[in-house]
Design a protein around this ligand. Structure first.
Ligand code: BGC
Length: 746
């Protein structure tokens, strides 16, 4: 298990990693060696063999279905086969029985762990800990590659500002800066910082704007302007490309009328020409075929032409390339050099992963690394950092050995705790809160579920209330089943489903302290439930090790430090509501609410500002929010200068003090506001964050540096640059706190 030890050491490495994909290839030769190898293979290929490389098929099941196609070189990649014996057989047919012996790229959605399941990506983002996130992605790569999977369709970098969208679970939330840092971490984790047999190609997805689906309805249209793309939606992708991401997936949505899979502007102009991406571009599942449904092409031949000419290299499950590219080339509608380039991009990934040298895996060794103790420990630590403490009336942390009532539909839900896209996680390995608590406090735990699953409707909770009266404390685990978030699982109502709120209200009548933990795939609207609990922890689906981590948090072995990577709404009608909204012409400055308006009031608007009459201007919890068992104070915030030039670095110093009774970790966040621009600017933008551990009573003076170039944006002239002018800067524990300091850029 040598390999694991080195992985955990890597997070501490301080060497500067040069951000190019080439570094990943160090063991397979220099760039020019790789390129000449590509040319040599390409020169031997027939047109049909080239097109075969551009075809990806879902192969789960019987290898025999594919023998002929593999021998003829008609498949370049498979997805959805995880049986290592079958994967070896697929590779054998491609490598030993096809004319040129080109190995297959074996792919899978390894989204937040392979067997050892980590928190869903929204939960990873709540850690604000890129190093730990990288470690988790490395664990996923070790487990998945051992079984023959060398390409994962992760990370998802879609900025999501509407929690109705079910896929909000799969990304890092609403903020481009946080998303970009997480993107880099996952790319490094999956691919490894140096290439070996545990390197798994990352696939950044979905390119682009998919998270802005109208109304949060999955697969819906988006209407993002080029400036919104450049300032909000593209930056995480650009960061991931710079970090060396080997592949990218186009998205399902049409943006302003152009489906991504046929979008020359985003794929060719931006990704290829501006960013110089020479990795592999794959479609989403049948997203080429869906261009026919969009009314963007008449038939499969038409959409195949549009996709390949837009810069797509590989077709996932439309079979448009294998069926039509040959005739399209012959008719001149597609140039053979376009096909050659696509094949180069595909071969490059195969060569860089070392697949030509090592196409096979050792089936026995594959078993040994799954659920390794250090993998489980890493997953547990990640949950501990990811859980957000939203409310604490002083009850937490619990101590001693109280008599505990464990209740609620997520207390013992080994499948649902894993969250969405946990294909290979096995519920038999999940450690639930109930299991942990029963082991930790033998004879002290009574379990009355109240509801068996999150949507269950029931009236009368006499059994649960009676049990609560027998206990010293009630630990209730609520939330969403895994199936309620993720792809194709958008919701119009974000309250706790079924009779969960009624369960809480009933529990309250028992008069015992109630600690609620919400386990969900998105930020639910829990405002009405908060008064019924003494404390609330929020855990985005935590994965395999949720139980031990939550128990450690509730009993104070670990102090909560997770922060909201997404705004928590009071009611779904506020969506979309995000902290980095633009400055309006009528900035919010106090509220007249519904009840303040007299009957038969005359029409007024003057002096009013941007908010809802019934729900005001604010969310329930802002981006970046999260409590601790201790308290932190910020003081002496200062900048090294008043005025900076575009190539300077801003050095921010401040004192952070742990003013409470517990040791703890604060996620320090730095926000800026650009007061005047050539276009209106966001009221605040996150530009740096850092996790700081402090002992109770400890104070430390810290420095955070931000290159002025980090403040650049694409303005009216379409050029990304820092515009001179006045700025404000906050150093705080969330996006709604702190007192700003000023500086000027000249
Ligand atoms: C999803 C992708 C996923 C692909 C392959 C699609 O439905 O949108 O995110 O990677 O399926 O499973």
């Amino acid at each position: 298990m040598q390999v694991h030890k080195s992985i955990f050491a890597l997070v501490a490495l301080t060497v500067i990693f040069s951000c190019t994909r080439r570094n990943v290839s160090s063991t397979v030769g220099s760039t020019s060696q790789v390129e000449s190898r590509i040319e040599s293979i390409l020169s031997q290929m027939t047109l049909a063999e080239k097109i075969g490389q551009m075809n990806q098929v879902s192969a789960g099941g019987d290898v025999n279905n594919y023998v002929d196609a593999l021998r003829k070189g008609q498949i370049g990649s498979i997805l959805n086969e995880v049986d290592p014996v079958k994967i070896n057989e697929f590779q054998r047919l491609a490598v030993e029985e096809s004319r040129l012996g080109i190995p297959l790229l074996v792919s899978r959605d390894v989204i937040h762990g392979f067997h050892t399941i980590f928190p869903i990506p929204l939960g990873l983002a709540a850690t604000f800990d890129p190093a730990l996130t990288e470690e988790g992605a490395r664990v996923a790569a070790i487990e998945a590659t051992a079984q023959g999977i060398r390409w994962t369709f992760s990370p998802m970098l879609d900025i999501a500002r509407d929690p109705r969208w079910g896929r909000i679970a799969e990304g890092s939330g609403e903020d481009p800066y946080l998303d970009a840092r997480m993107a880099e971490a996952m790319v490094h984790g999956y691919q490894g910082r140096t290439a070996d047999s545990t390197s798994m190609a990352a696939c950044i997805k979905h390119f682009v704007g998919y998270g802005a689906a109208e109304g949060g309805r999955d697969y819906n249209s988006t209407f993002l302007t080029e400036r919104q793309l450049r300032n909000i939606y593209l930056p995480p992708f650009e960061a991931a490309v710079k970090a060396g991401a080997m592949t990218l997936m186009t998205s399902f949505n049409d943006n302003d009328g152009v489906p991504s899979t046929g979008n020359t502007f985003v794929v060719k102009d931006v990704l290829r020409d501006e960013w110089g991406f020479d990795g592999l571009v794959v479609t989403d599942w049948n997203s080429m075929g869906e261009m026919i449904n969009h009314g963007f092409g008449v038939d499969r031949k038409d959409v195949a032409q549009k996709a390949v000419n837009a810069g797509v290299d590989m077709d996932m499950m439309t079979f448009g390339f294998v069926s039509h590219l040959e005739e399209l080339v012959k008719s001149g509608a597609v140039k053979e050099k376009t096909i050659d380039n696509a094949v180069r991009n595909i071969l490059r990934v195969k060569i860089l992963l070392g697949l030509f040298e090592n196409p096979y895996i050792n089936v026995e060794a594959a078993k040994a690394v799954q659920y390794a103790p250090e993998h489980l420990a890493s997953a547990r630590k990640t949950v501990e950092e990811s859980v957000i403490l939203l409310k604490n009336d002083g009850i937490l942390p619990l101590n001693g050995t109280p008599r505990i009532l464990v209740t609620g539909p997520l207390a013992n839900a080994p499948h649902d705790q894993l969250g969405t896209w946990a294909f290979d996680g096995e519920k038999s390995h999940t450690v639930t809160p109930l299991k942990t608590l029963q082991e930790r406090f033998p004879g002290r735990v009574e379990y009355v579920p109240g509801l068996t699953f999150s949507r269950e409707k029931r009236s009368g909770f006499a059994d649960v209330v009676a049990a609560a009266k027998r206990a010293d404390v009630v630990l209730v685990f609520l939330g969403e089943e895994a199936i309620l978030s993720g792809e194709a699982h958008s919701l119009a109502d974000l309250n706790l489903k079924g009779s969960q709120s009624e369960l809480l209200a009933a529990l309250k009548t028992a008069g015992k302290p109630i600690v609620a933990t919400v386990i969900a795939g998105r930020p639910l609207t829990i405002e009405r439930d908060l008064p019924n609990v003494d404390a609330m922890l929020y855990s985005f689906h935590p994965g395999t090790m949720g139980g031990p981590a939550l128990a450690n948090l509730i009993f104070g072995d670990v102090n909560p430090s997770g922060k909201a990577p997404i705004t928590f709404l009071r009611t779904v009608g506020q969506a979309p509501l995000y902290y980095a909204h633009n400055m309006t012409g009528r900035p919010y400055n106090g509220e007249t609410l519904l009840d303040d308006i007299p009957a038969e009031a005359g029409q007024t608007s003057l002096g009013n500002t941007s908010y809802y009459l019934d729900y005001g201007a604010y969310p329930l919890f802002p981006f970046g929010y999260g409590l601790s068992y201790t308290t932190f104070a910020y003081s002496c915030i200062g900048l090294d200068k008043d005025t900076y030039k575009a190539d300077d670095t801003i050095s921010i110093s401040f004192t952070l003090s742990n003013t409470g009774a517990y040791d703890g970790t604060e996620v320090v966040q730095v926000y800026i506001r650009d007061l005047v621009g050539s276009i209106t600017r966001p009221v605040k933008e996150l530009k740096a964050f850092e996790r700081i551990n402090l002992k109770s009573g400890e104070s430390r003076t810290l420095t955070i540096q931000i290159p002025v170039q980090e403040l650049a944006f694409t303005g009216l002239d379409g050029i990304k640059k820092v515009e001179p002018g006045e700025f404000r800067l906050w150093v705080a524990g969330d996006s709604a706190s702190g007192t700003p300091v000023s500086f000027t850029i000249i």
